[in-house]
Design a protein around this ligand. Structure first.
Ligand code: TGC
Ligand code: FAD
Length: 388
């Protein structure tokens, strides 16, 4: 009998539309042909492959869900999820780049910006000519962004910003930063060109995770901006949290790709490795591990697809995103570590993908709300009690 696809045991792909399948295939091809041959070296060298940006943009992967009139690809949420999945099958750093540009920089300009801001920035951001970063987290504690110390004060018509942001993806690549700051009127968002006087980005080194991604600290020292730098249409923490909901949704899909890459590697390796006179995969202890990986990938796939259908129906609740972000990242990090283990010594170098994915997922489980933050969001939903 024909065997099932080990990376899609429930044929979740059959639930996709033709367009969704086409998008998945084109990103999968990009990952296989352009990302996988170089990404182990990029990780070793601590280098984000900027040379891939034009092709990423050309495939419509930046601002995929932004309407075409602003240069986006006008795709649905499920297509965006599949893009994240196939990019992260390559490396979490590539998916991070697309998440930040699309959900954390283009989305707030689209959702909260003026018509002039949308026209000015979005088409060039979709083309990869303007790269953005998103500054919410501060050095004193990212889980509690309401306790923000960065301030923006009015001076005549201008705004003057002071403060610092920490762990900012794309910080040293970016042409603009979306910076969230406390004002007399609550938390507001600003579009800050990174060549503005008083703005500096300092790359974080010595990372053991997301090495193929740029992470930076941002410093704002009397950064003076014109009145039209503010995002006019949102006030309060719901501005940045609304962006996080978009990015976290994509992050529920991404780790499925990382986990699939690891399961594939574990299947290939244990099929070929001969120990005690038989292939490694003939042992019950190994089959239990492989079966468990497939079980957890399958449940994650169904969770994200239903989440995407809810999103496209306009019915997705942030708590549902929290549950899937928690489940799917936990699933992937456990699988990557288990895959590293079944590869034995071979699992410890970047010749294989497992340890790179496992290390990357240490960031993914922390950023965009730590696992604990998402567990507490679900707990609050169930009990009505805020335990933060
Ligand atoms: P609360 O004070 O109750 O609510 C404030 C306002 O926001 C609204 N809201 C949301 N809106 C949209 N989406 C959500 N997920 C929302 N959650 C809350 C809420 O309705 C309220 O609106 P209003 O009109 O009443 O003012 O805030 P909370 O108690 O819900 O928040 C607490 C908590 C801990 C959940 C929140 O602070 C949180 O999520 N903390 C984690 C911070 C975080 O995730 N930071 C991520 C930084 S960015 C990043 O990591 C990028 S990595 C990207 C990459 O490289 O891929
Ligand atoms: P803390 O908030 O100090 O948390 C420390 C620990 O305490 C965690 O285990 C947490 O779960 C736990 N904890 C916190 N509160 C509670 C509680 N009430 N009860 C129990 N436990 C609790 N941020 C951006 O704004 N933009 C970016 O582009 C960005 N990119 C990132 C890229 C990377 C590689 C990394 C690692 C981070 C990035 N971040 C970014 C920051 C990220 O969002 C934060 O690291 C994250 O929100 C956690 O904040 P923190 O690191 O300050 O940890």
């Amino acid at each position: 009998a024909a065997r099932l696809n080990p990376l899609d045991l429930y044929d979740v792909r059959s639930l996709l539309s033709d367009e969704e399948r086409m998008v998945q295939d084109s990103v999968a091809r990009f990952t296989d042909e352009k990302v996988l041959p170089i990404i182990g070296d990029c990780f070793d060298q601590g280098r984000f492959p900027t040379e891939l940006i034009p092709e990423i943009a050309g495939l419509g992967l930046l601002g995929a869900t932004i309407p075409e009139e602003y240069g986006g690809a006008g795709m649905n949420g499920v297509c965006y999820g599949l893009i994240c999945q196939e990019l992260e099958r390559g490396d979490s750093g590539l998916r991070s780049f697309a998440s930040v540009q699309s959900s954390l920089c283009m989305y707030p300009i689209f959702a909260y910006g003026s018509e002039e801001q949308k026209q000015r920035y979005l088409p060039k951001m979709a083309a990869g000519e303007i790269i953005g970063c998103f500054g919410l987290t501060e050095p004193h504690g990212g889980s509690d962004p309401a306790n923000m110390k960065t301030v923006a004060k009015k001076d005549g018509d201008d705004w003057v910003l002071n403060g610092a942001k920490m762990w900012i993806t794309n910080g040293n690549l970016a042409h603009i930063a979306i910076v969230w700051a406390q004002t007399d009127d609550g938390i507001r968002g600003f579009i800050v060109p990174t060549d503005t006087k008083g703005f500096t980005a300092q790359e974080v080194h010595k990372k053991m995770s997301l090495r193929a991604s740029v992470t930076s600290a941002l410093f704002l020292d009397d950064v003076r901006l014109p009145a039209d730098a503010i995002l006019p249409n949102v006030k309060g923490l719901k501005g940045p949290l609304g962006c996080l909901t978009q990015a976290r949704y994509g992050i529920t899909w991404g780790p499925i790709g990382a986990a699939q890459a690891c399961l594939k590697e574990a299947l290939d390796y244990t099929g070929e490795r001969m120990l005690f006179g038989r292939s490694l995969n003939s042992n019950q202890a190994i089959q239990l591990k492989l079966a468990d990986m497939a079980r957890r990938i399958t449940t994650a796939q169904l969770l994200s697809l239903q989440l995407g259908r809810l999103k496209d129906a306009g019915a997705m609740a942030p708590t549902q995103v929290s549950l899937a972000k928690w489940n799917n990242v936990r699933m992937a990090i456990d699988i990557a570590r288990e895959c590293r283990d079944v590869l034995g010594g071979a699992g410890i170098t970047t010749e294989h993908a497992a340890i790179r994915h496992a290390l990357n997922l240490e960031s993914v489980i922390t950023y965009e709300g730590t696992e604990t933050v998402h567990q507490l969001v679900v707990g609050r939903e169930l009990t009505g009690i805020n335990a933060f």
